[in-house]
Write a protein that binds this ligand. Structure first.
Ligand SMILES: Nc1ncnc2c1ncn2[C@@H]1O[C@H](COP(=O)(O)OP(=O)(O)OP(=O)(O)O)[C@@H](O)[C@H]1O
Ligand SMILES: [Mg+2]
Length: 360
């Protein structure tokens, strides 16, 4: 009997030993696999980082100071005033596409952070987001605008998921903390997200909830307890931009913002934009190229695009100056339509009456 027991004990010990040996091998094989994959991924990442394209002309030609923003004197002045000094305000910029709304906002923040008492630091964030891609999924699992909690059930086998720890993820409002959240096409945001955004503007922080959160859970790191207790910082000024008309923007947003209008650009303004962009890029252009581009470019962005394409055409021929024929070819190939408005004099504006209809 005792022999039988000893045999059973031996067999049991062997089975258990084998089990743990197999687990150990599987674990170390898994660990080796993860390490090898991570090493290959890191090498690929480094290879990608070695590759650089030249800085695109659209970047180099960007206006560098507010005096480089052409034809928007009132708009730029109003923007500076809204963000100036101790108590900057939220802003809504109306205007057609490609007339300098984003470029002006970026420059004006750099300038006003030097104004007396400004709460913006010299390196204050300018976080640019497009409302059209900021839409959260309906269940709110991921909200790139406001932020969201990754619950363990969706984290899979990661360390936090395995330990059952909910992870708060910052949204654009936190990335803009201390600076400006520039929200392009704010009119595209669904009402529900607008309401959440307005709440954040009021609270200046984002509060999170999760059914996986317990204040007694000792496994949860202190910083996550802190976020659930005190919220994620989100103290910023909003600059919303839109190509829509004022009456299409929710009143709740309009009433919290200073409303600023950017004008459509006259042909003469576009001539100056082409001249400025060419100078910033160090490009030589034949007489008449600026005027020709201005006949066909509907806005500043189009103008810079035509200039860039014409430069590439010239470079293909081994030239480093843009001739009239280069610009003509780009305009023809790109099927740009000629401007219909009459030639406007310096400082004369094209007034699109519909843009300026005020409330009430
Ligand atoms: N008024 C302007 N003065 C100087 N450059 C301009 C002006 N408008 C546009 N540009 C040129 O066109 C580029 C694009 O302009 P920007 O992105 O500021 O337009 P936007 O009004 O924000 O357009 P969208 O509504 O499509 O976002 C700028 O980087 C600049 O090179
Ligand atoms: Mg823009």
């Amino acid at each position: 009997m005792s022999e039988l027991t000893a045999f059973a004990q031996l067999a049991f010990t062997l089975i258990v030993g084998l089990y743990f040996l197999t687990r150990l091998r599987a674990d170390s094989a898994g660990e080796k696999g993860v390490k090898e994959e991570a090493k290959a991924a890191a090498e690929q990442l480094n290879r990608l980082r070695q590759i650089h394209l030249n800085e695109p002309m659209t970047e180099i030609s960007r206006p560098a100071s507010s005096s480089d923003i052409i034809g928007q004197d009132d708009g730029v002045r109003a923007l500076r005033a809204a963000l100036w000094g101790e108590d900057p305000q939220h802003v809504l910029i109306y205007g057609p596409p490609g007339v300098g709304k984003t470029a002006a906002a970026r420059i004006v923040l750099k300038e006003v952070c030097k104004s007396p008492g400004s709460p913006f630091a010299d390196d204050a964030a300018f976080f640019e987001a497009d409302a059209a891609i900021m839409r959260c999924d309906e269940r709110g699992f991921a909200d790139p605008l406001i932020g969201s909690v990754h619950d363990p059930i969706y984290q899979g086998a990661g360390a936090y998921g395995a330990a059952g720890i909910p992870q708060p993820k910052p949204g654009a409002v936190t990335k803009a903390h201390g600076g400006v959240l520039f929200l392009d096409e704010i009119g595209e945001l669904p009402n529900e997200q607008i309401n959440r955004l307005l709440k954040v503007l009021e609270d200046r922080r984002v509060m999170f909830e999760s059914s996986y959160y317990s204040s007694n859970n000792k496994k949860i790191p202190p910083y996550i307890h802190d976020v659930f207790r005190n919220g994620m910082p989100a103290d910023f000024r909003l600059i919303g931009a839109t190509t829509r008309k004022p009456e299409e923007i929710p009143e709740a947003v309009r009433s919290r913002c200073v409303e600023i209008y950017f004008d459509p650009l006259s042909r003469q303004n576009v001539v100056r934009i082409v001249a400025g962009a060419a100078a910033r890029c160090g490009i030589t252009i034949e007489n008449g190229v600026k005027e020709l581009i201005a006949d066909y470019a509907a806005n500043g962005r189009d103008a810079v695009k035509i200039l860039q394409s014409a430069l590439n055409i010239a470079r293909m021929d081994g030239r480093c100056f843009i001739g009239l024929d280069d610009a003509r070819w780009v305009i023809k190939a790109g099927r740009y339509a000629k401007r219909s408005e009459p030639f406007l004099k310096e400082n004369e504006k094209i007034i699109d009456i519909s843009m300026f209809k005020k409330r009430g």
